[in-house]
Design a protein around this ligand. Structure first.
Ligand code: FAD
Ligand code: THG
Length: 789
């Protein structure tokens, strides 16, 4: 593109308006916003969203989107900062409010857990006998969605943007795999608006627009009920927004009436063809089904007794979008160059998401960590409409549930299974889910190995078993098999592949065939997009061990014509054979020379294990001697049966996580993200600054913060704030009990001046402070004697 690109934004809801503002504010002023309804009460979700903005979220990015939205709308004068209150009516909820408060502290939002008296002071209508306590965030409040949209649109218009109301997009025009414009229909008939970039901000119409463009938009429109009370004496505009999550309800004041939203009803999905068929002036409002709301009203009246004398009025079934994982859809579609999505965004996150999209478009990289939100995070199976529908419904049902970080959704499962699945079931695997894969966390068959371990609190004990301690021990002392099939495997081949990977990753990967290199993907700002193992199988063929679909997408986007990028994952499988006896186990089964000299650490080779052709890679994420053995999916079971025998332990993810933390191996997306550079993350050894690679220019070498291990007095969950001298100084990333080191471990980001071993800190874990000490890493086998032998 030469000069300023021509942009078309589809939809003038709060997201489209915010995006027009953010883009024109960055100098991209050739912006046309096309909107099917009238401006600015368009008939979309924003038109009657009550606009409650609760900032606290387990996700750092989502909290930051919300905090930015609050700041921006406050400045625009469209935000009423009444504060937010979440009340607890059960001990479990009260406990969880402390966890939520901790997230907010970690991500820079201040909130407090308060007692019932204080709750009643903030909300005099509450039945204080029902309330055990609450979580109060003074900076939360109410966004006027239409006014916020319009104010941003006006600013964009002043900078040159055009807003075309009552212009319906009926076609997305493309040429040579690139978007070139949209066709709109208006009172003046059809016409095409040319564009270099099209951003779809069409809210729950997203899948319909996506279909015009040939792009999957994995969201489910669901109706959600909202109604008002009659006039109530105690209601005034300044009441904080209120959540009663134990009954799936939320409240705000409208003058002297209350607005009540409910997630307690059955999920009510709305098909795209129904939306089109009901293209009335308010397509986002469906007929109110009072019978679905009656139980919610009764529950509301239990918390707020004054409601009992009133009746609900003005009810709507209002439609908005749910995604399979609850995160928005941000980014450029893999299917069509220049076609972007800003979809499934709440009012709460609208300005933040718009800023992120504008940054991506203008700068090529965002200041937010978007890995949870990027459109191309989904695996192909997760784009199936049936999957999107089932997970969307479940997200609606669970919206206010107390969810453990490891808790998987119950259906649709099983979805992806490795060839070893049948054996894993025989061994009594406790399965959790990741990227659609069934992943054993431990095996009941190993119950005899279970160890006495220090007591954990009820939260840390969930989705965990002392059997994992035995599996970890067996790996350190004998040998264990780990199912590494879910590890994303990407083949990069073709004449340009070596030069391509050499430029795209940080380490020297242009080494001889048979070499394996730990290397990083950086974005243009030097932020870590992924950590990879790059195995050179031949002059022009590499196998890349990656972290997920975003890596596949990144490689594909950057690959020149003479490079082919293919996902090998579904057709192949992998077993990690790790432990001091790994060599004794595998050597008799193979002609490959597995001696330390014959098969070097971080090298790979093809051969046979019994009847099975394998690619063997001497790599170990658990920090023990051993190999990853890859084969095709059809032979997976044979490989497992060839290796598994008396004295060999099947290990699960719980043990795996403990072992990798002892060894200090980072997990991308959890320990490090695009917000961090390799030096801060402690993996500068994988950067070769003497060569040219994407992101090199931007690498700052003097870190201001570091990722360090803490030895903590208790096992925590992750995401907790870390304090020093009473001040918040960082947050926990991953945590586990280290069974070999005999201590609870928590990795955390800390300012450099506090990153020295020996520094005492505190982890705010629920309602208590857990003492912790910065340690030197790695905690296990710092001399690499276990691996290099
Ligand atoms: P929309 O506002 O729906 O805008 C999309 C626009 O695209 C529409 O104006 C539509 O007309 C236009 N469009 C569609 N198709 C075409 C086409 N072919 N051509 C041109 N234009 C097209 N969120 C919160 O944060 N807090 C809340 O308290 C809250 N409460 C809610 C309560 C209810 C009852 C509902 C329904 C939603 C609530 N939400 C809340 C969610 C929030 O309203 C939405 O997430 C948000 O408004 C979505 O904004 P948007 O701009 O993406 O979509
Ligand atoms: N196996 C394979 N590929 C992978 C992973 C894996 N790719 C994604 C993810 N896991 C990458 N993460 C790591 C982290 C650490 C190591 C390997 C993969 C590792 N590091 C050694 C160290 O830090 O001491 C060696 C580094 C080096 O010698 O350069 O082993 O599990 N196939």
């Amino acid at each position: 593109m030469v000069g300023r690109p021509r942009l078309v934004i589809i939809g003038a809801g709060i997201v489209g308006c915010a995006l027009a503002d953010e883009l024109t504010g960055r100098g991209w002023t050739d912006v046309t916003v096309v909107e099917r309804g009238p401006l600015f009460r368009t008939g979309g979700s924003s038109s009657h969203a009550p606009g409650l903005v609760f900032q606290t979220n387990s996700s750092k990015a989502m909290t930051e989107f919300a905090a930015y939205t609050v700041r921006k709308y406050l400045a625009l004068g469209t935000f009423d900062q009444v504060g937010g209150l979440e009340v607890a009516t059960t001990p479990e909820r009260l406990h969880d409010l402390h966890r939520r408060r901790g997230w907010a502290e970690s991500w820079g939002v201040h909130g407090e857990v308060i007692g019932p008296e204080e709750c009643a002071r903030l909300w005099p209508l509450l039945d204080r006998a029902k309330v055990l306590g609450g979580y109060h965030v003074p900076t939360d409040g109410l966004a006027d969605a239409v006014a916020s949209g319009e104010a941003q649109a006006r600013r964009a218009i002043a900078r040159g943007a055009r807003f075309l109301g009552e212009h319906t997009v009926v076609g997305v025009e493309q040429r040579g795999g690139r978007v070139v414009g949209v066709t709109v229909e208006s009172a003046d008939g059809p016409r095409t608006v040319p564009a270099d970039v099209v951003v779809c901000a069409a809210g729950f119409w997203g899948p319909t627009i996506g279909a015009l463009a040939g792009v999957s938009v994995p969201l489910l429109p669901l109706a959600h009920q909202y109604a008002r009370s009659g006039r109530l004496a105690g209601v005034r505009e300044s009441l904080p927004i209120l959540r009663h999550q134990d009954r799936d309800l939320y409240f705000r004041a409208h003058g002297d009436r209350l607005g009540i939203g409910s997630y307690a009803h059955r999920p009510m999905p709305v098909a795209q063809h129904e939306i089109a068929a009901r293209a009335t002036t308010m397509p986002s409002v469906q007929a109110f089904t009072a019978e679905d709301f009656d139980p919610a009203w009764a529950d509301a009246a239990e918390l707020l007794p004054e409601l009992a004398a009133s009746k609900h009025t003005d009810g709507i079934n209002g439609v908005f979008s749910f995604t399979p994982d609850g995160f928005p859809l941000i980014g450029e579609a893999a299917e069509l160059e220049g076609f972007w999505l800003a979809e499934a965004v709440w009012v709460t996150h609208s300005a933040g998401v718009a800023r992120a999209v504008a940054e991506l478009l203008v700068d090529g990289v965002s200041t937010f960590d978007l890995h949870e939100c990027e459109l191309n995070r989904f695996e192909p199976v997760q784009l199936a409409p049936a999957f999107v529908e089932e997970r969307g419904r479940q997200n609606f049902v669970e919206v206010y549930d107390i969810i453990h970080p490891l808790q998987p959704m119950e259906s649709p499962r099983p979805l992806r299974t490795s060839p070893f699945h049948v054996r894993q079931r025989e061994l009594g695997a406790c399965f959790l889910e990741g990227a659609g894969w069934e992943r054993p966390h431990w095996f009941e068959a190993n119950a005899a190995l279970a160890e006495e371990v220090p007591e954990r609190d009820e939260w840390a004990a969930r989705f965990w078993s002392p059997i994992a301690a035995g599996e970890a021990r067996a790996t350190r002392e004998r040998v264990a098999l780990y199912d590494m099939t879910p590890l994303k495997r990407i083949e990069v081949s073709g004449p340009g592949s070596a030069a391509f990977l050499q430029y795209l990753t940080t380490n020297d990967v242009d080494r001889k065939p048979g070499s394996v290199t730990y290397s990083l993907l950086l974005d243009s700002r030097g932020g870590i997009r992924s950590d990879l193992t790059v195995a050179r199988l031949a002059e022009d063929r590499f196998q890349v061990g990656a972290n997920g679909n975003l890596d596949l997408d990144w490689l594909r986007r950057h690959a020149p014509a003479n490079v082919r990028v293919a996902d090998l994952t579904p057709g192949t499988c992998c077993i990690g054979v790790w432990g001091p006896q790994a060599r004794e186990l595998v050597q008799p089964l193979t002609d490959m020379d597995l001696s330390h000299e014959g098969f070097r650490y971080f090298s790979c080779r093809s051969g046979y294990v019994g009847h099975v052709p394998v690619l063997a890679m001497r790599v170990s994420y658990v920090g023990e001697l051993g190999w990853e053995l890859y084969t095709s999916a059809d032979l997976g079971l044979k490989l497992w049966d060839t290796l598994y025998r008396e004295g060999v332990t099947a290990g699960g993810r719980a043990a795996f996580n403990s072992l990798r933390l002892e060894k200090g191996y980072r997990l991308w997306g959890v320990d490090m993200t695009p917000e961090h550079n390799p030096y801060e993350a402690g993996i500068g050894f994988a950067v070769r600054e003497d060569k040219d690679f994407l992101g090199r220019e931007a690498l700052a070498r003097e870190p201001v913060r570091r990722l360090v291990p803490l030895l903590s007095a208790a096992v925590v969950l992750g995401k907790e704030p870390v304090r020093h001298a009473g001040r918040t100084v960082g947050h926990v990333t991953s945590a586990a009990y280290g069974h070999t080191v005999g201590h609870a471990i928590a990795y955390a980001w800390l300012p450099v001046e506090l990153a020295q071993p020996g520094t005492e800190v505190e982890i705010a874990y629920f309602d208590r402070l857990v003492p912790a000490t910065v340690a030197a890493e790695p905690l296990y086998d710092p001399k690499m004697e276990k691996i290099r032998r």
